[in-house]
Design a protein around this ligand. Structure first.
Ligand code: ACO
Length: 334
């Protein structure tokens, strides 16, 4: 068996900023409540005409440029998202066409906010077994399109964005060192978009009742997240044959600063080894980790041979953690 390593990253954020003060004018909330309960100050919102693939393509183009390979070299494209352009065809196929990667296998993956870590794991298997050599993994969300902007419990939490990583097969012992994915479907109703699928197809009633928007039991999801973020990281480290003392950098899913702090404490890490950008972007679901990874890399925080842990939880309920040996030097000028 070989392994798979990240050889380039990229991201794309919409330009429009929605601050907590803007939200104060929309729902009964306050900047103080949002900051102290979540750590979020502002988030990015896509324009009405922007769909997931419109953010995914520039993120992927930047990742390919960083990797120094043309799109024609891609064998596989996986797009992790809960906000695809359409239910079908897969957003991955739209991205494939726009990148000019015709012929590459392409599919979407739905694992809520754990989507990017799941997709990294799936792509990693194809590369480790020698089925494919080069893969593109994208996490992208346009959550602003499925938010109930009258529901203060959810509308303050989310943002839009895309992040991408190019993976290539490498000898065993490099790249992805450990992976732990899991799910507990008994918690499915805690975080759901109830209508628009085969259970509740779109109708005027589903639209009137806001059933095409995010429904979340925040406190339940919070408790689950605090538990699994630490547990999943430790399991992935165990599979990698590493201890928590070996971790150089943690890239956690960016949902709530209190959840990140709990995971940081469980792993015994100093805050400077943990990347946080949720103050600027909110929770971008599948896009949170790849955007954070790209920012950390471009800021020169990730050094060659660093042991980097990515860990997420999300709708499903799902969780996932990956431990990677970072195989890139910081970009010039970082
Ligand atoms: N402004 C002001 N008050 C608010 C707001 C708001 N925006 N939202 C909720 N409140 C109120 C509630 O109504 C409640 O009032 P009540 O006691 O009078 O009923 C009070 O604040 C406290 O609510 P709690 O739910 O107890 O607040 P908590 O400290 O748990 O924080 C939060 C809520 C931020 C949602 C937290 O539970 C959380 O982060 N949960 C995790 C959510 C998450 O990470 N989801 C990610 C997965 S997303 C995906 O996969 C697509």
């Amino acid at each position: 068996m070989s392994s798979a390593a990240i050889i380039g990253t990229g991201s794309c954020l919409p330009e429009r900023v929605l601050t907590n003060h803007d939200l104060e004018k929309m729902v009964d909330t306050s900047d103080e409540w949002i900051r102290t309960r979540t750590g979020i100050r502002e988030r990015r919102l896509a324009d009405p005409g922007t769909a997931a693939s419109d953010l995914a393509v520039p993120a992927a183009t930047r990742a390919l440029a960083a990797a120094g390979i043309p799109a024609t070299e891609l064998d596989l494209i996986i797009v992790a998202t809960v906000t695809p352009d359409t239910l079908f065809p897969a957003t991955a196929c739209l991205v494939q066409e726009r990148l000019g990667a015709r012929g590459a296998a392409a599919f979407d993956l739905s694992a809520g906010c754990s989507g990017f870590v799941y997709a990294l794991g799936v792509a990693g298997q194809f590369l480790a077994t020698g089925v494919y050599r080069t893969a593109l993994v994208i996490g992208v969300e346009v959550l602003s399109k499925i938010i109930n902007w009258q529901d203060r419990n959810t509308c303050v939490l989310f943002g839009d964005g895309a992040g991408a990583a190019v993976l290539q097969s490498v000898p065993a012992g490099r790249g992805i060192l450990g992976l732990h994915l899991g799910a507990d479907g008994s918690g499915g109703s805690l975080l759901t978009l109830p209508a628009g699928g085969s259970r509740l197809p779109a109708s005027s009633t589903t639209v009137q009742e806001q059933l095409h928007t995010i429904h979340m039991s925040g406190a339940e999801v919070f408790k689950f997240a605090v538990r699994v973020m630490g547990e999943a990281s430790l399991k992935a480290l165990e599979k990698a044959g590493l201890k928590k003392e070996d971790v150089d950098f943690l890239i956690p899913h960016q949902a709530n600063i209190r959840i990140i702090e709990a995971a940081t404490k469980r792993l015994g890490l100093p805050p400077k080894k943990v990347y946080v950008n949720l103050d600027r972007y909110g929770n971008m679901s599948s896009a949170s980790i790849p955007v954070a990874l790209d920012e950390a890399y471009r800021a020169g925080l990730l050094l060659r041979d660093h042991k980097v842990v990515m860990v997420a939880f999300g709708a499903g309920l799902t969780w996932g953690a990956a431990v990677v040996n970072w195989e890139l030097d910081p970009p010039k000028g970082a």
